[in-house]
Design a protein around this ligand. Structure first.
Ligand code: NDP
Length: 253
């Protein structure tokens, strides 16, 4: 199922994200890395959160090489982070930046691909921890900082199987339905009382490590690259989407 896409003929301004601070989870690889680099190219100061420090450092170096605003690094494993860790992250962002303009929930794990009847409890709960519980804890910790921004955007990453269930996608699909539910509940709570907007985005088939694992028989280059789908990410993070909230977007038609 496809939601709305980009407005027709949308072209992001070169300075779209100047003076904005945006946190990206899973920023070390795949779509998250592309988003971090593209947001920085449009002027954002990006906070790179992920579990593999070396990957985050590589993204940091790439942004510095391009002359982008100096990023911030925040290594964190969303599978094991505690409420105290999230509070520590919020405190660090508050003392450095004073506010947060954007939050891209991008990190996810695929988990097992097998029938529900054979699904392991351990694998199920690992997926729910990273894909559902961590975004809840992170959002709750960062909402006060998002409220400090003149306009703020939360983008949650969904999937086609989070909009229509499909056999053998197990916990991953269920976690993405939860992502859509989380987006709708939070958007509805904030709609009339806050300048924070909340939307979800289905990237569609994109050539990343996750896609290659899920579809090992596919020729990877038949799918768009993460860089190809960035216009919708820019639209949702920049002020061009002010007033748009509670919607389920699709990056590919
Ligand atoms: P990748 O697996 O390529 O990248 C995921 C990123 O999330 C990695 O940087 C990974 O870190 C990080 N991550 C995973 N687990 C944790 C954790 N416990 N703590 C911190 N960071 C973690 O995935 P994609 O780029 O393909 O996917 C990005 C998003 O898009 C996901 O939400 C996915 O569900 C969604 N999506 C992707 C599609 C596709 O075709 N690619 C299609 C539909 C949805 P590390 O590099 O260290 O492993």
């Amino acid at each position: 199922m496809n939601g709305p896409g980009l407005p027709d003929n949308y072209t992001p301004a070169p300075d779209l994200l100047v003076d904005k601070t945006i946190l990206i989870t899973g920023a070390g690889d795949g779509i998250g890395r592309a988003a971090a680099e593209r947001f920085a190219r449009h002027g954002a100061t990006v906070i790179l959160l992920g579990r593999t420090q070396e990957k985050l450092e590589a993204v940091y170096d790439a942004i510095e090489r391009e002359g982008g605003p100096q990023p911030a690094l925040f290594p964190m494993d969303l599978a094991t982070a505690t409420e105290d860790d999230y509070a520590g992250l919020a405190g660090a962002i508050e003392s450095t930046f004073g506010r947060l303009d954007g939050l891209l929930h991008n990190a996810s794990v695929l988990g097992e691909r097998r029938p529900i009847a054979n699904a392991s409890w351990r694998a199920w709960s690992d997926v729910m921890q990273v894909n559902v519980n961590a975004p809840f804890l992170l959002t709750r910790a960062l909402l006060p900082l998002l409220e400090q921004a003149p306009q703020a955007s939360i983008v949650m990453t969904s999937s086609g199987v989070g909009r229509r269930g499909r056999a053998y996608w197990g916990a991953y699909a269920v976690s993405k339905f939860a992502t859509e539910g989380f987006m709708q509940v939070l958007a509805d709570e904030l709609e009339n009382t806050s300048r924070v907007r909340v939307n979800s985005l289905n990237p569609g088939a994109t050539n990343t490590a996750m896609r290659r694992t899920a579809y090992p028989a596919e020729v990877p280059t038949t799918n768009p690259s993460p860089a190809d789908i960035m216009p919708l990410y820019l639209y949702l993070m920049g002020d061009d989407s002010c007033g748009v909230t509670g919607a389920a977007f699709s990056a590919q038609g």
